[in-house]
Design a protein around this ligand. Structure first.
Ligand SMILES: [Zn+2]
Length: 210
């Protein structure tokens, strides 16, 4: 009886936490350091198996290598316990929420990221599906996308100066638009707390540390 209760307590930490999924040694060492503040026991299986399928356009093999490093970083970050904690515990004005969250809780946003169902294909395949095209423009736009296209456009003016974590931040930001998350067109301090900006930044900062 006691064991049964204990198991229930362990399993109820978070509704889509998968009990019994063990991380491999490498990932475990990376991601268990700052776990004290969160009550979940582990990352869900869908975080562990999160994947990416990216098609490149107007890129050289060297460009693709740099993008691939960034994509590897995104996968590493998304599978980590720190990422789960940072998304679930994200606050704006002292409240656990994101700006422009579409009425979704932090936990729902985390779940949507792991499901990977872009608004155009709606398939929950646990994968970041996207087309990436490199272009050059002497503007302040780092990248952009259109809601009717699976493609994101990355400005080479910034891509070539960015570190891997900078590219990862930008790709994650644009992909979050593909999941339907938005932000204001013009800068306001609160825009930094929108899903694309805040989670893009989380990916970049954790990516540098993992
Ligand atoms: Zn954006």
């Amino acid at each position: 009886m006691f064991k049964k209760i204990l198991l229930l307590i362990l399993c109820s930490g978070f509704f889509f936490t998968s009990c019994g999924i063990q991380k491999d040694q490498d990932k475990g060492e990376d991601s268990l350091e700052v776990g004290e503040t969160f009550h979940g026991t582990d990352v869900p299986a869908s975080a562990y198996y999160f994947d990416a399928n990216i098609d490149f356009f107007k890129t050289t093999p060297q460009d693709e290598e740099k993008f691939e490093e960034a994509i590897k970083m995104i996968k590493r970050v998304v599978s980590s316990l720190e990422f789960k904690e940072r998304v679930l515990n994200h606050t704006y004005n002292g409240v656990k929420t994101f700006v422009d969250n579409g009425g979704l809780s932090n936990a729902q946003i985390y779940k949507i990221i792991l499901e990977g169902a872009e608004t155009l294909n709606k398939i929950k395949n646990n994968t970041m599906d996207m087309e990436v095209e490199l272009y050059y423009a002497d503007t302040s736009t780092v990248g952009y996308t259109r809601s009717n296209s699976p493609r994101v456009w990355v400005n080479s003016k910034y891509f070539y100066t960015f570190s891997t974590s900078g590219v990862a931040t930008n790709l994650m930001h644009e992909w979050l638009h593909k999941l339907g998350f938005r932000h204001g067109s013009f800068y306001t301090p609160s825009r930094d707390y929108s899903v694309p900006y805040a989670i893009g930044r989380i990916v970049g900062s954790l990516g540098r540390g993992l």
